[in-house]
Design a protein around this ligand. Structure first.
Ligand code: NDP
Length: 495
């Protein structure tokens, strides 16, 4: 695969038409690995955002989409899944050029995204309410599931197409309409998804895509009185701002936020398997991953030896050009993120942690590459043990008992996910039950299935995506009570 000679040029999608920003503003993107321009997009402002919300509102109030049968919506979502599969190579290339992630991984993500659309298509036909025939002979109670309305979706740069595919098909399956704001760093695949939606036959205005900065576009969506729900994936800090902005009209809010996820390795584990998963867990997607296993908690008797083995493996990870199919770790998304990672490396040294591997930029490459980095002798109070770094930096801590491991695992403000490595069922259950996180993997790490719900405890989020209730997240429940026959209970005495 090669870098195109000219950057891809895009328009944004509002009310079924491809449009420039009203004031003609544009936004460009350089490949973080290659330093060349790869994308050129409209820079939306508040007026563009308002136009997108108005289109979604019209499509919801008067358009065909919310009124179609589940079967009709399902057929369209399946066509989108096929469209993603057909365009997978091109989508993967765009994702690599904008984000810096390795091509082999991007290809897997495109397959995963298509599968999410196919799963949502299946769910579209299963959405249903309940009936209650036990309320008395003359009363029937019904609960209906109705689409929540206009949903604004704000997504980050680390898994652009995959994350929008965890939201949009499920909202569409429910009959909602949407305004999507991808990260300004990686809008390309979301805009291309807009084309695929049109080719699949989605009515105008059902999905609108606006490209621009968090402020004003994201902030306007979060505060907009005509938006009924906001589905946000990003940092905990911005998540808080979204909640505050959404208070005006008391929107429904769903948040997928950051993590400081532990992998917990007991002495009795399959250590070879754990070793591979620990290095994968922290270095996957350059560590720019909400699920990054950025803390390793290792049982004391094996701590020295295991940390040394992790460091050795980390040094062997192929880092470099993300277009090379052999690359496992690509480039860091931008200078700000690179500075943040290197700042945490410096603070770990200052606080007395021991550097076992990496710790700097990759000297052999021009782009923004960071060596997979391992620190041991980390204590729970250190910044690298508490804060989300979003880079390939592992903090190693140790423990003696399962109870101590649970306390350490729960010792941050986050609660997104955790990995547990042991051959003992009792230990596995103690950890799986004791850890306050949305996902616990046992003897595996970071697998994902559309069938299984995903989301965070505490400051890692609010609500759940995926799983069989994923479509219900985008609905309101309405109660209908139907009385049969003559009125039986009179409020006023009858004349
Ligand atoms: P940010 O929170 O910085 O940005 C996320 C999105 O919010 C972007 O589209 C951004 O726009 C937008 N935004 C920024 N400011 C505002 C605002 N005031 N109001 C509304 N929207 C705004 O996250 P990153 O893009 O840096 O992504 C990394 C973060 O995402 C990490 O913390 C990571 O853990 C989290 N994440 C969580 C996942 C989960 O499922 N739990 C999955 C993946 C990532 P723009 O950047 O264009 O200005």
């Amino acid at each position: 695969m090669t870098i195109p000679a000219e950057p891809f040029r895009y328009e944004m999608l509002i009310d079924g038409r491809w449009a420039e920003a009203r004031d003609g503003g544009r936004l460009t993107r350089e490949s973080p690995a290659h330093g060349v321009l790869v994308g050129d997009y409209p820079l939306a402002g508040e007026a563009d955002t308002d136009a997108a919300v108005a289109a979604a509102r019209r499509a919801f109030e008067a358009g065909p989409w919310p009124r179609m049968s589940g079967a009709e919506r399902s057929r369209l979502l399946l066509r989108v899944a096929e469209g993603i599969r057909a365009a997978a190579e091109e989508l993967a290339l765009v994702e690599v050029l904008e984000s810096g992630k390795p091509i082999s991984q991007a290809r897997g993500e495109m397959a995963g995204a298509a599968d999410l659309w196919a799963y949502a298509a299946a769910l579209a036909r299963t959405l249903h309410g309940d009936s209650y025939s036990t309320l008395g002979d003359d009363m029937l109670g019904l609960t209906l599931r109705e689409p929540v309305g206009v949903v604004a979706m704000i997504t980050p740069w680390n898994f652009p197409l995959l994350i929008i595919s965890q939201k949009l098909p499920f909202a569409l399956a429910a009959g909602c309409t949407a305004v999507v704001k991808p990260s300004e760093l990686t809008p390309g695949t979301t805009l291309r998804l807009g084309r695929i939606l049109q080719e699949a036959g989605l009515p105008d205005g059902v999905v609108n895509i606006v490209t621009g900065y968090g402020s004003p576009v994201g902030a306007r969506l979060a505060a907009h009185p005509d938006v009924d729900m906001i589905s946000f994936t990003g940092s905990t800090g911005v998540g808080r701002a979204v909640v505050a902005a959404s208070a005006g009209n008391l929107k429904k809010v769903s948040l997928e936020l950051g993590g400081k996820n532990p992998q917990i390795v007991f002495a009795d584990a399959d250590l070879e398997a754990a070793l591979d998963a620990v290095v994968f867990g922290v270095a996957f997607n350059q560590g720019e991953c909400c699920n990054s296993g950025s803390r390793l908690l290792v049982q004391r008797p094996i701590a020295e030896e295991f940390a040394a083995a992790v460091a050795e493996r980390a040094r062997a990870v192929p880092v470099g050009d993300p277009l090379d199919p052999a690359t496992k770790v690509g480039a860091i998304v931008n200078q700000q993120q690179l500075d943040k990672i290197l700042g945490y490396v410096a603070s770990a040294r200052d606080e007395g942690a021991r550097l076992r591997a990496g710790g700097g930029r990759l000297a052999s490459e021009r782009g923004r590459f960071v060596e997979p980095t391992v620190f041991d002798y980390v204590t729970p109070a250190m910044a690298i043990a508490q804060e989300e770094i979003f880079g390939p930096v592992l903090a190693v801590l140790s423990f003696d008992t399962p109870e101590e491991a649970v306390a350490l695992a729960n010792g941050t403000l986050y609660g997104l996910s955790a990995g547990v490595w042991t051959r003992d069922l009792d230990t596995a259950m103690t950890l799986a039950r004791g850890i306050r996180a949305g996902t616990v993997w046992v003897n595996t790490f970071m697998d994902g299935y559309p069938e299984l719900s995903f989301g965070g405890y505490r400051e890692s989020g609010l609500g759940r995506e995926l799983g069989r209730f994923a479509v219900e997240e985008f609905t309101e429940q309405k109660t209908v009570q139907i009385h049969r026959g003559p009125r039986t209970s009179w409020w006023l005495p009858r004349a």
